[in-house]
Design a protein around this ligand. Sequence first.
Ligand code: SF4
Length: 390
Amino acid sequence: MSNTSAHETSVYVHFPYCARKCPYCDFATRGLPASAIPHTAYADAVRNELRERAAGLEGRTLRSVFFGGGTPSLWETRELGRVLEGILAAFPRRSSDLEITVECNPNSFDDAKAAGLADVGVNRVSLGVQSVDDARLRFLGRLHDAEQALAALRVASRHLPRVSADLMFGMPDQESGALRDEVARVLDLGVRHVSCYALTIEPDTHFGALHREGKLRVASEDHYADMFAAAERAFAGQGLQHYEVSNYAVPGEESRHNLHYWRGGEYLGLGAAAVGCLAVGVGRAERYRNTPDGHAYVRREEAAEGPREVERETLDAQTLLRESLMLGLRTAEGVDVAFAEQRAGIPLATGRAQALETALRRGQVSLQDGRLRVPREQWLALDGIVASLF
Ligand code: SF4
């Protein structure tokens, strides 16, 4: 896998609507029936933002486009296609293996949707399957059942060259054997990339409230560690590599968009709640965050009302190094030290020589071929290791 060129840029488009809010989710999204979503106005607003932001981006190469959410498969395909068309026009230079992904939910994904997405140029879908067990899907408050999830994966494989599935683990009553079976059922359909996340209880969610009231059990740390190991064994047995803490892929099928981000690549964010981060010379970058409210984002465009951005910060050299560690150490390939230093303009050891030496001595990180890595057997302790290097 080659490293990220300084001029390669990815684009993330956030779609802030879902059919219904899931009880564990704290993403910037609002539950709305498809008929109440401002499909065209939202696409117009994103295209306007793109026009304004793209003015300073001439000469860059487009690495990937990712429509995330929310549930972008709820967006009328024609409108999503208009946004994609605008992005492609803004970046005449594109990677030869340009990846264009749309996150989809099984209950808003069928043959017509898949064929439509392929028609407008999408070449990868990421399906929010979460589970292929009916009881677990009900627990998670999802709108689809196991058969719909599997049917959506079959449909996706028929129409699109690359398909990823999201699976969740770490539910209190989930046995490792059951997780192994779920992984096998998904991979049997030819899926070559899986994002496998632990259920986490976020405070500002329905699950968060239930947990505070003592009405929701969570998996113990030991149980979580068992599940993590079971998932790794199940994927390895089917030839998928654990290339990032929560992601598994057949070699060559890794998410190019996410790898670009974990490698410290630059990205443009468009839409409500979107975040973008672009370099401003060596050792400095500007990061912005848009208003999280989709309706406010659209109103702002229609009536030139209020600021689109709710946050903008300048990242200095040391912050850039911390980001490189935080993101790069999540991956099996680790941090490309030369690239991180080139981006920040200062050596990686600046201010952390002692901490690095200690982590190396303890075997919490390794340095080989210019890459700093956290060994896989230490991934469950990753957050603490990264914090010790901040
Ligand atoms: S569908 Fe996804 S983004 Fe939407 S509420 Fe559920 S978990 Fe959150």
